[in-house]
Design a protein around this ligand. Structure first.
Ligand code: ADP
Ligand code: MG
Length: 262
């Protein structure tokens, strides 16, 4: 099972109206076992493109993606991936959506259901298995999409703005829910958001990307004790880090030093 991913010199060009357009600059990134790593950056800077490359859905234009040392560029199946649009199938029940990944991998339905049921019961979807996605709130749908990703059973999961469309209150509930899952399952998480508070609240490390074509302008460690609480988000050190990130995002200029909060 993959535990560490290294991204070396990965860039991406797209062909648009007969011209090559650079979507992402050469990027180096290390995703270490068990960490919660966020990527923030303006819309269109290549965050989803980077995820598609790591997941093997599109090839990079340059560079290598190493999973425990093996080049996996263009190869799927090494990471769990929850796309920016959650993609629950409207004609399938929540249970049948959650077991979809296992079904595709050939896990017998009975076994898949036996694995999904306790997760649904323990992580907020008890009694919702027979409902259809349209009958659920946005937060509940995201729970289902995330449990499906979790049941794909990879050590590393990529989450692309999973809470982007939720209201503030639901979003906070879901952030705590995700942190609970993360600590229960000891997964390595790579998380895209454009919400600075969310990035700080959740992460061990934050990579800040510049505007298009995106490049990493800073890597910041968040040395804030866990478990984290809502009150932490109004502490002086949280505010200080938030302002630092806002400055980086608005200036787009490189910062060599890492900021720390404790
Ligand atoms: P982000 O997720 O950071 O908002 P994306 O990775 O979705 O950004 O997109 C980065 C840039 O690449 C954008 O300019 C987008 O229009 C372009 N792009 C993304 N996917 C494709 C594609 N399949 N074909 C052409 N251009 C694309
Ligand atoms: Mg995106």
């Amino acid at each position: 099972m993959t535990t560490k991913i290294e991204i070396n010199g990965v860039s991406k060009w797209f062909r648009k109206a007969g011209q090559e357009v650079k979507a992402m600059e050469e990027t180096d990134l290390l995703i270490e076992e068990g960490r919660f790593v966020s990527i923030i950056g303006p819309s269109g800077c290549g965050k989803s493109t980077l995820f598609n490359i790591i997941a093997g859905l599109i090839p990079p234009s340059t560079g290598r993606i190493l999973a425990d040392g093996e080049d996996i560029a263009g190869k799927t199946g090494h990471v769990g991936y929850m796309l920016q649009k959650d993609m629950l199938l409207p004609w399938r029940t929540i249970l049948d959506n959650i077991i979809l990944g296992m079904e595709i991998r050939g896990v017998p339905r009975k076994e898949a259901v036996a694995r999904a049921q306790p997760l649904m019961d323990n992580y907020g979807l008890k009694g919702f298995g027979g409902h259809y996605p349209a009958e659920l709130s946005g937060g509940m749908r995201q729970r289902a999409a995330l449990l499906r990703t979790l049941l794909y059973d990879r050590d590393i999961i990529l989450l692309d703005e999973p809470f982007g469309a939720l209201d503030a209150q639901t979003r906070l509930t879901m952030q705590n829910w995700l942190l609970e899952i993360w600590s229960d399952f000891r997964k390595t998480v790579l998380f895209v958001t454009h919400d600075i508070d969310e990035a700080i609240y959740l992460s061990d490390d934050i990579y800040v990307f510049s505007g298009r074509p995106g490049r990493i302008i800073s890597r910041i460690s968040v040395n804030m004790a866990r478990p984290r609480h809502k009150e932490d988000t109004v502490s002086a050190s949280f505010m200080e880090l938030k302002h630092h990130l806002l400055d980086l995002l608005s200036s787009g200029s490189p910062a060599e030093e890492a900021a720390h909060i404790s």
